[in-house]
Design a binder for this molecule. Structure first.
Ligand SMILES: Cc1cc2nc3c(=O)[nH]c(=O)nc-3n(C[C@H](O)[C@H](O)[C@H](O)COP(=O)(O)OP(=O)(O)OC[C@H]3O[C@@H](n4cnc5c(N)ncnc54)[C@H](O)[C@@H]3O)c2cc1C
Length: 380
């Protein structure tokens, strides 16, 4: 896909910021696993966190292509910081597509200011790939809902101002009884967070369980209609998956750039290793796969920007699945190009390899993406 002049200018401006502010701290964030609040402030000032908020609510009025550009650029240096760009997607989208105008007026201008952290809580200990198995329950009581249950993983939830939370509001079978609520954890009582998960990669992005004990949520915080939660979360995921694909393209590009530079520099048998065909072919294969994934990701972004939801769902699963499998392969090969040094923390390639693994798992595992694609193919 050919970027427009405006998109190129946007990409270059993000790249500059990333080189100046993210690159110097990327390894340290991984090492210490600290949440980089300064990146939230910075990306909030630049409009990157709240990119999706339309102009009428005070936002930058971005779109899926811009989201992908931003995430690709940040991920070239730090996949963990890349998720902070566009972090609010999973909060904004359910409100935009399924919320009421009153809810949009209430929450979106706040998010548009920047620096607001939001999260989405769907998964539970027993409900991972099978979202319809969620057991957290919301019961209507006068002007509010009372929520009890437990959520698992919830990225950034412990830092969040707002959380979109899925809870069962009826016994209707499967996903029909699931509704979406806006939780305000800094204001509402009965919300506690469990132990931080100790993860292989994507360090600096906090993940904790959430315990909900008689949490009283005003009726006005039910997003749209009762029973719409599953559809709201699926739409948000469809719009977020291509950006995970873009992140994968970014981290693979970072790994390829580092590998090319290293291959030219490193000498064995009195020659740079870049002169060996075995290394050249590996680099060429990495580049082929990155370009193929990039084309798929931006094709998908265009479908999303055109509002072609059916094609978006299909391509979003492909983009996320293909790009994350690609990133796993490319970053593993990058470690190979670096030899023994690639296996140490002195170079960033092992970090990208660990981060790439997550992209095959979260936002729906790659097996589930294949289920979605096959269902579409078979008309099931
Ligand atoms: C770091 C991290 C951050 C996360 N952030 C969030 C978040 O912010 N909010 C949130 O709600 N969730 C979040 N999640 C949860 C994530 O979405 C789930 O981990 C994911 O959907 C998979 O669920 P599971 O881990 O329970 O695996 P399971 O569903 O138990 O799957 C185990 C294995 O079985 C396979 N499998 C399952 N069903 C099928 C099938 N039908 N066909 C073929 N294979 C199948 C899976 O592909 C996988 O290989 C996060 C997870 C991680 C690791």
């Amino acid at each position: 896909m050919q970027f427009t002049e405006e998109q190129i200018a946007f990409r270059d401006s993000v790249r500059k910021v990333v080189d100046k502010h993210v690159a110097p701290i990327a390894a340290e964030i991984d090492e210490t696993d600290r949440f980089p609040r300064e990146i939230v402030d910075l990306f909030g000032e630049l409009g990157l966190m709240q990119l999706w908020v339309p102009e009428r609510y005070g936002g930058p009025d971005g779109n899926l292509t811009m989201m992908c550009i931003a995430r690709e650029e940040v991920s070239r240096v730090s996949p963990a910081c890349a998720t902070i760009a566009g972090l609010n997607t999973m909060f904004i989208m359910p409100l935009l597509h399924f919320g009421t105008e009153e809810q949009r007026q209430r929450f979106l201008p706040e998010v548009a200011k920047g620096g607001v952290v939001t999260a989405i809580a769907i998964s539970e200990p027993q409900a991972g790939s099978d979202v319809s198995a969620i057991a957290t329950r919301a019961v209507r009581d006068g002007d509010s809902w009372v929520i009890n249950g437990r959520k698992q993983w919830c990225s950034y939830g412990v830092e969040a101002d707002f959380i979109v939370l899925m809870a069962r509001t009826s016994d209707a079978s499967g996903s029909a009884g699931i509704s979406a609520f806006v939780l305000e954890p800094k204001k509402m009582k009965g919300i506690t967070f469990g132990r931080h998960e100790r993860k292989m990669g994507w360090r600096g992005a906090p993940n904790t369980p959430i315990f909900l004990d008689d949490v009283r949520v005003p009726a006005g915080n039910l997003i749209g209609e009762e029973g719409n939660g599953f559809r709201a979360s699926m739409r948000a995921l469809d719009l977020n998956r291509p950006t995970i694909g873009a992140q994968c393209v970014g981290m693979a590009q970072g790994a390829l750039d580092a590998s090319v530079a290293y291959a030219k520099e490193r000498k064995q048998f009195k020659r740079s290793i870049a002169e060996f065909q075995g290394i050249q072919f590996m680099l060429a294969d990495m580049a082929i796969q990155i370009e193929a994934a990039r084309a798929l990701v931006y094709e998908c972004a265009q479908a999303g920007d055109a509002g072609d939801w059916k094609r978006l769902t299909y391509l979003a699963s492909m983009a996320k699945c293909f790009a994350s499998d690609m990133a796993m392969k490319v970053t593993t090969d990058a470690v190979q190009v670096f030899g023994g040094y690639g296996y140490t923390k002195d170079y960033p390639v092992e970090r990208w390899m660990r981060d790439a693994k997550l992209a095959q798992i979260f936002e729906g595992t790659n097996q589930i993406q294949r289920v979605v694609i096959a269902r579409d193919l078979l008309g099931a």
